[in-house]
Ligand binder design. Structure first.
Ligand code: PEP
Ligand code: MG
Length: 551
């Protein structure tokens, strides 16, 4: 029996299943036999207990996980939620009913907003579930305890549970719900955990069943053969060797620099440790998510210098602020929009805030001048050559040495030849390029299956950009998730991409796979993919056409 879902990460593991499907009883709408004061105390104590537990987990988890857990603790202490709870209690409802009811209203509100807000609704559901369990004195359901390493199968693990998973015990995470862009998947990716989410039917896999979880394929195989178990175990036991730190290249020696996507100086240190040849995407907006006022030029110089110092002269491609849609910035208020992904985001947000862009470019140029470094700067979401030229002029005036743009919108892929005429380099953001080519919101789990850069329409657009890059003799990178898929990476190189930037955990496998094929073979595989009719066919046809297995 094989189940299919959406893989997070790349690894493959084998192990026995431990299930976590605990349902907290639904509170019933009964008249309380206690006084309102007593019910108020029950609700307040439980909320405080849950907030305290979440804060303690935040401290233990650190990093991105700490932010998610702290935000959840704040939800438990939200005065608006408390006001609703008190209103319920005043009507002689029980504490458990009042809490569940109040959170339900807020969850429905978040869900109606759609996009990222809707995904945060599951964090709120988790706070509600934990609080109701605390009031009722029952377990909220915890990760099973086991001496033997296991594959955790759950309906949808909460960020609170994901953040503190013991990686010496949990081999992989499989959920029947969730989407690859929800917090749980983001945290799993950050921990380097093998995970498959949104795998319908996995709740039927019995406890202790042996399964192979393959994140690259997005599959869960039950009762694998002895040979398969041995093969997967051998892959799990492979150790990093020094060869894994070599620069990226094809089997014929053609160099394909492998860089990392980062959002903080800690990410840079991790990337360098994993053999990244530099940074191919510094998401600068991630550095200022907490700021409520625009960071000053001096503050920005200090932050960028830290990154450049950690890179010790290696290449760094900084992206100017990419705000809007899924990445709101507190200091850059944008009006509410019906379709934020199609609205004011990326470079469009600074059209009306030019001083913000000029300050950032000045700070980037100043940091590059102060630290021995190789800094390139690019703008996100550029629609055409006119917009690219507007940005390039401003960046060069600020003193930026190497100016580029991201191609993330089909319009700019189509006129890539014109764009190469006005910039020094291009980087393709395949996450957004796929979303816009297939008209599927990347934040919406219901259309997650369309978010697949293997689709020949996306590959044809990349091929157009690749041809324009070759004709201009200028560098072309891919910095979307597509670059972290080892076989797709080979196809991208065959389409004319000259460097790849990815999550650091993917570097090893991409490096090993590129080394298996020559440029000529990569071009042949690219032609195979371009001729197919959908993403699944493209993946299958390329696998079938491989001159030798990937490893
Ligand atoms: C992309 O869209 O592929 C990209 C790299 O940018 P982000 O994921 O930050 O939007
Ligand atoms: Mg993007």
């Amino acid at each position: 029996m094989k189940y299919n879902g959406l893989g997070v990460g790349l690894g493959v593991v084998v192990g026995p299943v431990r299930r976590m499907f605990t349902a907290v009883p639904e509170p019933t709408d009964t008249v309380s036999t206690l006084s309102t004061e007593e019910e108020t105390a029950r609700a307040r104590d439980a909320l405080e207990q849950v907030a305290g537990e979440l804060e303690a987990r935040a401290q233990r988890a650190g990093g991105d996980a700490a932010d998610v857990l702290t935000a959840q603790a704040m939800m438990a202490r939200d005065p608006d939620v408390w006001e609703d709870i008190e209103a319920q209690l005043a009507q002689k409802k029980t504490a458990e009913w009042a809490v569940a009811q109040a959170f339900r209203t807020f969850v429905a509100m978040l869900q109606s907003l759609g996009g990222t807000q809707a995904e945060r609704a599951s964090d709120l559901v988790d706070v509600s579930r934990r609080t109701v369990a605390a009031i009722m004195g029952v377990s909220a359901g915890d990760v099973p305890d086991s001496d033997e390493p296991f594959v955790l199968v759950a309906e949808d693990l909460s960020p609170a549970d994901t953040a503190v998973l013991d990686l010496t015990r949990v081999l992989a995470l499989v959920t029947s719900g969730g989407s690859p862009t929800a917090h749980t998947a983001i945290l799993a990716r950050a921990k380097g955990l093998v995970a498959v989410v949104s795998a319908a039917g996995v709740q039927d896999i019995p406890e202790d069943e042996m399964v192979v979880v393959d994140a690259a394929e997005g599959t869960i195989e039950c009762s694998p053969s002895e040979e398969r178990v041995a093969e997967v175990r051998a892959r799990m036991n492979e150790v990093d060797d020094d060869d894994a730190r070599e620069p990226g290249r094809m089997s014929d020696g053609t160099a394909v620099p492998l860089l990392a996507n980062v959002g903080s100086v800690e990410n840079v240190q991790n990337a360098v440790a994993k053999g990244a040849e530099g940074v191919g995407l510094l998401r600068t907006e991630f550095m200022f998510l907490e700021e409520t006022e625009a960071p000053t030029v001096e503050e920005q110089i200090a932050r960028y210098s830290e990154i450049l110092e950690a890179l010790e002269g290696r290449k760094a491609v900084a992206r100017t602020l990419d705000a809007g849609a899924d990445k709101p910035l507190a200091f850059l208020p944008l009006g509410k929009e019906e379709n934020p992904a199609l609205g004011v985001r990326g470079i469009r947000t600074v059209r009306d805030h030019e001083p913000l862009m000029r300050d950032q470019l000045t700070a980037l140029a100043a940091a590059a001048a102060a630290v021995p470094s190789d800094l390139w700067v690019m703008a996100p979401m550029v629609a055409d050559a006119t917009e690219a030229e507007w940005f390039a002029t401003m960046a060069r005036e600020a003193g930026v040495a190497r100016v580029g743009v991201m191609i993330e919108v089909p319009s700019s892929a189509i006129v890539a030849d014109q764009i190469f005429g006005v910039v020094d380099f291009v980087s393709i953001g395949t996450n957004d390029l796929t979303q816009y080519t297939l008209a599927a919101d990347r934040q919406n789990g219901a259309v997650a299956s369309y978010q697949d850069a293997w689709h020949p329409s996306v590959l044809r657009l990349i091929g157009m950009v690749g041809d324009a890059a070759t004709a201009s003799g200028k560098p072309l990178s891919v910095c979307g998730e597509a670059a972290s898929d080892p076989l797709l990476a080979v196809v991208l190189v065959g389409l004319g991409v000259t460097s790849l930037s990815m999550v650091p955990n993917a570097l090893k496998e991409v490096r090993a796979t590129l080394l298996r094929y020559s440029m000529e073979e990569a071009r042949m595989l690219a032609q195979v993919a371009l001729a197919t009719t959908d993403a699944g066919n493209a993946r299958g046809a390329v696998k079938a056409a491989l001159p030798r297995p990937p490893r």
